[in-house]
Design a protein. Structure first.
Length: 143
């Protein structure tokens, strides 16, 4: 298994019936690569200083995002599939349904250039009308 320190930039774009929101997180993390599986790990603190650990596992045909700490969830993405999970945070638990439209992953090459994960999907929270999402994660290996 190849392990590399990385710089991560995660951009989440949400379109909720015309109301757009963009959230950008930049962190240091670790990238693990073995055969057709890539794992990305990093931690972040919210505005209250509470920590959330993220583990993103990228397979050839699907992606899973596991978050634990201040926020807890296991969200699964698979093209043209609907998945369900519970999203737990300080205000309670929300049932979330995810429908994935597109997953594109380009691993970072050996010459320290950026790799990229792009996921286009919809979520429905507690059965409400769906919101459109675009998640882009860029990963750059460090020396």
């Amino acid at each position: 298994m190849l392990k590399s320190p990385v710089s991560i930039k995660m951009t989440t774009e949400i379109d909720d019936e015309g109301q757009k929101d963009i959230n950008v997180i930049e962190q240091k993390g670790q990238l693990y690569e073995k055969d057709d599986t890539t794992v990305l790990t990093f931690s972040e603190n919210n505005e209250h200083g509470e920590r959330t650990d993220s583990l993103i596992t990228i397979y050839s045909d699907r992606v899973s995002v596991k978050r634990s700490g201040a926020v807890s969830m296991l969200q699964k993405f698979q093209n043209d599939k609907v998945t369900e999970t519970s999203y737990r945070h300080q205000f309670g638990t929300i049932q979330m349904t995810t429908e994935t439209d597109e997953i594109i992953y380009t691993p970072p090459p050996l010459d320290l250039q950026e790799g990229r994960l792009f996921i286009r999907y919809s979520t429905s929270l507690n059965g409400d009308k769906g919101r459109r999402h675009r998640l882009t994660i860029t990963v750059k290996k460090e020396n």
